[in-house]
Design a binder for this molecule. Structure first.
Ligand code: ATP
Ligand code: LTN
Length: 336
């Protein structure tokens, strides 16, 4: 078995404002992991354009996501932070993976089904092959671990399938078989309006999510309005069964306060939602407030952000080039 250097790769799309879901499901865990792993964090702009993005808005969102990562504690001196389109190898390897992945595999992807909706004929081809690009992002650096929210689990299984098929088709052990890292008490943060839908930055309803750019009053208002039900808060985890909105708020509370869901149930069990929501709003503001402030400050420093992304892209390109060269050789592309 080939021994691979332990390396993390993960990405966020610049498809809107960063949400509490992105923070708890992904970025916050990256901050911890960067201390133990060599880490590469990417603003995946090639992924974002699988659905329409206004160019000026995309440019801004790319900087804002990078600012959000840095404001949350990702250290550009310790890790690589860059935007995907500045490293050409992502698109190149994705093409090769388009030829490795099978239609049947992609047809099973639930994110495509959800995003394409009923009008599948009108979805972009890019949206369909999106998981191949994601596999390429990771494999371009031979990353071994990928910290993501639970919604990305299926895509990572596909990444493993692609790596395995490539390795077996070409009789090599070139690509590592990645391990997903799905961590914390809020692995899948749900919409505040519908406990069965994922909180997402591209949801048309503003009240469905907490943005990292929301001010104190907006956060408090969104939490106050968050859907619950007419029963009291349960004092045990079992009582959350069949109550997705309540489970969601309790999980958010647990994650933000570094406690377990069971502990939060114990504290608030038997009470109605008003005091809990008030505490949750305060907790959210106290955790997110400093990040929001720093993010706003960084967003005004465009030159600094652009420089971080440029330097990160150069470092990423240097890591990616020998990998791509070896892939070309394995596949049988002539090179001079
Ligand atoms: P979009 O709405 O455009 O699909 P998104 O908000 O779902 O975007 P991505 O950029 O696709 O976010 O995701 C970046 C990271 O954040 C991924 O690791 C993903 O698993 C995580 N993530 C996104 N939303 C949630 C959520 N609601 N709960 C937990 N993790 C999430
Ligand atoms: N598909 C991911 C974003 C993403 C990603 C990646 C995550 C693109 N490339 C590589 C981890 C590793 C999403 O969250 N929608």
């Amino acid at each position: 078995m080939t021994e691979f250097k332990q390396r993390i790769f993960s990405g966020v799309q610049p498809s809107g404002n960063l949400t509490l879901g992105n923070y708890l499901g992904a970025i916050r865990n990256w901050v911890t992991l960067q201390k133990t792993y060599e880490s590469i964090f990417c603003v995946v702009d090639l992924h974002a354009i699988t659905v329409w993005q206004d160019p000026a808005v995309l440019r801004n969102a790319t900087r804002e996501v990078a600012a959000g990562m840095i404001a949350s504690g990702i250290d550009p001196k310790e890790c690589i932070i860059f935007n995907q389109s500045q490293v050409p190898g992502h698109a190149e390897l994705a093409w090769i993976f388009n030829c490795v992945a099978r239609m049947g595999w992609l047809n099973r992807m639930t994110q495509f089904k959800e995003k394409a909706g009923k009008n599948r004929e009108r979805a972009s081809v890019g949206l369909y092959v999106y998981p191949d690009l994601m596999a390429a992002d990771i494999m371009l650096y031979q990353a071994t671990h990928v910290p993501v929210g639970e919604d990305q689990k299926q895509h990572l299984e596909l990444t493993r399938d692609i790596a395995q098929k490539f390795n077996s088709d070409y009789g090599t052990e070139f690509f590592p078989i990645v391990e997903p890292l799905i961590l914390g008490e809020a692995k899948r943060v749900m919409s505040l309006r519908d406990g069965t839908a994922k909180m997402s930055k591209s949801d048309p309803s503003e009240n469905s999510r907490i943005n990292l750019t929301d001010d104190r009053d907006t956060i408090a208002k969104k939490i106050r309005k968050a859907r619950t039900d007419s029963e009291a808060i349960p004092s045990e985890i079992a009582g959350l069964e069949g109550r997705p909105e309540v489970k969601n708020l309790i999980s958010i509370f647990a994650a933000l306060s570094d406690r377990t869901v069971a502990e939060v149930c114990q504290q608030y069990g038997g009470q109605d939602f008003a005091p809990f929501k008030k505490d949750l709003a305060e907790l959210s503001v106290s955790v997110l407030g400093p990040i929001t402030e720093e993010m706003k400050r960084l967003c005004d420093e465009k030159t600094y952000i652009d420089q971080v992304l440029k330097e990160g892209s150069e470092k990423a390109r240097i890591l990616s080039e020998p990998v791509l060269k070896q892939v070309h050789n394995i596949v049988g592309f002539l090179q001079s």
